[in-house]
Design a binder for this molecule. Sequence first.
Ligand code: DX5
Ligand code: ZN
Length: 239
Amino acid sequence: MSVAINPSILSADFANLQHELERISTADAAHIDVMDNHFVPNLTWGPPVVKRLREVSPVPFDVHLMIDDPDRWAPQYADVGSESVTFHAEAATAPIKLARTLRESGAKAGLALRPATAVEPYLDLLTEIDMLLIMTVEPGFGGQKFLDVTLPKIRRAASALEGSGIPVRLQVDGGITEETIVRAAEAGADCFVAGSSVYGAEDPQAAIAALRSLGKRARKKRRPHSYTGINISDECSCS
Ligand code: DX5
Ligand code: ZN
């Protein structure tokens, strides 16, 4: 799959959001972080604001819901015109039902995992989703440091996706910079959320272009791993 760069408007100037969306017109999508002060200790915006912003945005919306009870609230974000809606596995009661509802509403369905949530229990759900989001920081705030401890999980998820042949995007979110995008892409991610490194740059479009080219180069170099579910140390050395 091609490399996608989705800047997070969490690091944008909230007094000028239309202008801030125009500054990332070369992005693949705008990443919209929805927080409810319950699932995470931070609060952003809800459906009416997302609806109006979508009307003036030059790029599609990739909505990331960091909220409790997404089963109840997520469909509204599909209804206001978001191209994809991602909810957290830790918060959803019926993730399969919710993913199907989102797809029926015309949005792509994404499933997000906090850094310490294992991917393996969700691998049977790959046919139900369009994107798997592996958080590379604890959700809640922009500007945090990329957690290298998530790299093995990205590798395992990428191998499982490649092995299955199911076209699911592998997104990473948190601490993505010109340095960490290389590690995440080599591990197998193909969709990169970047907040502070894009909006903190003097020229956000140049930052997007630089991230895209680094991500592409790293993906070209990578050799897909084959995931067998067996640790190297568990393998027998049969002669
Ligand atoms: C964190 C959010 C991220 C955040 C990324 O909870 O989900 O999307 O905006 O910001 P940076 O790129 O600054 O880590
Ligand atoms: Zn996010």
